[in-house]
Design a binder for this molecule. Structure first.
Ligand SMILES: C[S@@+](CC[C@H](N)C(=O)[O-])C[C@H]1O[C@@H](n2cnc3c(N)ncnc32)[C@H](O)[C@@H]1O
Length: 198
């Protein structure tokens, strides 16, 4: 049976509205932590000019494949095994990376590995878009995000809502500059970085 996420259903349209602009001239997008596969199907069906490469830890692959098999989209690729904490990423260059709601699940070590991996696979003019809740200057942007952080940590002490400034430092190391910080529904943000050719 296909896995289903209600939050994906709710946030997919607002995210697409951001990605339509951000990915307008992109050809190949890597999604990290595809989860159920719902975002992949929705985005790939609305952005037919690009190839959408799904990825996740192995335990999510069957669910992602169930969504892909049903959608039968020519621009949607089966999941790669990409564990952010493991440096072996089995893919060629991509000109964009997208990841929703994954960095607050990963440990900080995995988040660091994810940015290093992105640095390796992204082209010189590549774009990175992260969607989710983020803290700014060490502060939660809402009570609900503070409660969410507590809930995450009660499941796994290594998880937690990430500081924008700490992520931006990791991005900077990979030659990425913040281009957009877009407010999204339910106290989420879309952060967009772009790599500039030097
Ligand atoms: C909260 S879910 C979000 C899924 C989907 N992107 C969404 O927005 O619904 C977090 C995702 O991150 C993935 N994840 C957790 N740790 C990871 C890691 N070390 N490397 C890659 N993905 C990871 C999980 O398997 C899961 O699919």
């Amino acid at each position: 049976m296909k896995p289903y996420s209600e939050s994906c259903e709710q946030n997919q349209e607002p995210i697409l509205n951001v990605l339509v602009g951000v990915l307008a001239d992109r050809k190949r997008v890597l999604e990290i932590g595809s989860g159920t596969g719902q975002h992949a199907v929705y985005m790939a069906s609305h952005l037919p000019h690009l190839t959408w490469q799904t990825s996740d830890l192995a335990h999510n692959h069957a669910g992602i494949l169930a969504w892909l098999d049903e959608a039968k989209l020519p621009n949607l690729l089966p999941p790669l095994l990409i564990d952010a904490g493991n440096p072996n990423w089995p893919l060629e260059k991509v000109d964009a990376v997208f990841s929703a709601n994954a960095v607050h699940i990963m440990s900080w070590e995995e988040v660091t590995g994810m940015f290093e991996g992105i640095g390796r696979v992204l082209t010189d003019d590549g774009v990175l878009c992260l969607y989710g809740p983020f803290n700014f200057k060490g502060k939660f942007t809402s009570e609900s995000n503070a409660r969410f952080d507590q809930w995450l940590k009660s499941n796994n002490p290594e998880s937690g809502v990430r500081d924008f400034e700490a992520l931006d430092k990791l991005a900077e190391r990979e030659g990425l500059r913040l281009e957009k910080d877009i407010a999204m529904p339910a106290n989420n943000r879309s952060l967009v970085w772009r790599r500039k050719k030097t």
